[in-house]
Design a protein around this ligand. Structure first.
Ligand code: SF4
Ligand code: SF4
Length: 87
């Protein structure tokens, strides 16, 4: 699964960029309709949850838990969609 940025809620504070231990999220370059610059999910395959499906609990949600505007969520249909063993 892959983390997604809601353009309508993000205010471009970049906390998620700072907090991600795997450098999955990077600073964006384009203005949203609200006039902010949301980050981009540049390296989704590096996310600790990339191979996880909705049957498995996320092992890291630092970005989602840190976002003050609830602008991040999981897209559970993105990613390799395969079961993984305990890590
Ligand atoms: S869940 Fe963790 S590893 Fe994945 S993008 Fe968020 S902070 Fe980075
Ligand atoms: S922490 Fe939330 S509001 Fe701040 S840049 Fe990331 S997605 Fe946007």
């Amino acid at each position: 699964m892959e983390v997604r940025v809601h353009q309508d809620y993000c205010k471009g504070c970049r906390l998620c960029v700072t907090v991600c231990p795997r450098k999955v999220i990077e600073e964006g370059a384009e203005l949203s309709e609200r006039g902010y610059v949301p980050p981009i999910v540049a390296h989704p395959e590096k996310c600790a949850n990339w191979k996880r499906t909705d049957k498995k609990k996320a092992v890291c949600e630092m970005c989602i838990l840190t976002c003050p505007d609830h602008a991040l969520e999981w897209d559970k249909k993105a990613g390799p969609q395969q079961e993984v063993g305990e890590e």
